[in-house]
Design a protein around this ligand. Structure first.
Ligand SMILES: [Zn+2]
Length: 170
């Protein structure tokens, strides 16, 4: 269900005699806000988020090829075999990163971030894939190859993925 509210601001721009657009100089400007409420299921990924609440980080491992996916994948992308859950320590290495000077504000957790902030792609120890997430560190401090670890947040958060982020390893 969506609720749309608007605030009107009507202005007439004076343009003098002989303005061919005089009939169109009354401008109505709307300030819109849109609130959307919907239900989203986390499906086969639910356990990943449930374990985050317990400050545990789970990935999935394929017994056929040994690939460990973090974020988890119910099916191995290599062999399409069902995977099983494995726990990782949460330590990892920054493979690449971006410094964001604008927050998309896609939810309340993201909107609360102060810019600039760092989005890091981390290869967690024991994983085969990169895990992208917030790295809470000064941008000048971040380097490719730096060691980081997961820090857990007690919440409340809007989306459970924000129960964790990365921090530099001491
Ligand atoms: Zn596999």
């Amino acid at each position: 269900m969506a609720e749309v509210t608007s605030r009107k601001d009507i202005q007439t721009v004076s343009s003098g005699d002989g303005d061919p657009w005089a009939a169109f100089r009354q401008i109505e400007r709307l300030t819109l806000s849109l609130t959307q409420h919907y239900t989203h299921t986390l499906g086969k990924y639910s356990r990943f988020f449930i374990e985050l609440e317990q400050k545990r980080f789970l990935a999935t491992r394929c017994e056929s090829c040994g690939r460990v996916c973090a974020p988890p994948r119910p099916l191995c992308p290599n062999c399409l075999q069902p995977t099983h859950w494995v726990e990782l320590t949460g330590a990892g290495t920054v493979e690449t990163y971006s410094v964001l000077h604008f927050s998309p504000g896609s939810n309340a957790d993201v909107a609360a971030l102060t810019t600039p902030y760092v989005l890091a792609y981390v290869l967690l120890d024991g994983a085969s894939t990169l895990f992208p997430h917030l790295l809470r560190a000064e941008p000048e401090q971040v380097t490719i190859g730096m060691r980081v670890r997961i820090a857990y947040v007690d919440g409340p958060v809007e989306h459970p993925i924000h129960l964790m982020h990365f921090i530099p390893m001491e």
